[in-house]
Design a protein around this ligand. Structure first.
Ligand code: ATP
Length: 138
């Protein structure tokens, strides 16, 4: 079974019960979960691969603007399946192309897009370790 890291972003923390319901309905197992507020530097570290992008500063500002809920999901093809449930990056595109997706239902635009999902096994490992260090309490 595959592992992935999901985040409920600051724009939709108040929707976490609906999002959690969608996660369980799709058959994922939630094996770790925590709510925390990232500092700008932590958000920057998390999104380090986007450092050169034009939207980087806005993204860091947004991701450190309020609490997030991070969780580890386990399931068959969890990485791709979780990204499919989230939908396309831009919430407007999600509303036209994947109306049942979480970004279509809860997102606002390209940045305030409700959820994050790891894009590969390598990112999943790094991102799970970021929020749930293996040295910490399990
Ligand atoms: P995720 O971060 O959930 O994996 P993603 O893989 O769909 O999203 P990325 O290209 O990895 O999208 O971008 C990371 C995040 O940066 C997006 O989720 C979004 O919040 C923001 N972002 C991406 N593209 C844009 C853009 N063109 N304009 C503004 N913000 C953007």
């Amino acid at each position: 079974k595959e592992r992935t890291l999901g985040i409920i972003k600051p724009d939709v923390c108040d929707k976490f019960s609906q999002i959690l319901e969608a996660i369980y309905d799709r058959g994922f197992k939630v094996t770790k979960m925590k709510m925390c507020q990232l500092s700008r530097s932590e958000a920057g570290q998390f999104y380090q691969e986007h450092q050169a992008k034009s939207f980087y500063n806005g993204l860091i500002q947004f991701m450190s603007s309020g609490p997030v809920i991070a969780f580890e999901l386990i399931g068959e093809g969890a990485i791709l399946n979780w990204r499919a449930l989230i939908g396309p990056t831009d919430s407007a595109t999600a509303r036209s192309e994947a109306p049942a997706s979480l970004r279509a239902r809860f997102g606002t635009d390209n940045t305030r897009n409700a959820c994050h999902g790891s894009d590969s096994e390598q990112s999943a490992t790094r991102e799970i370790e970021f929020f749930f260090p293996s040295k910490g309490v399990k």
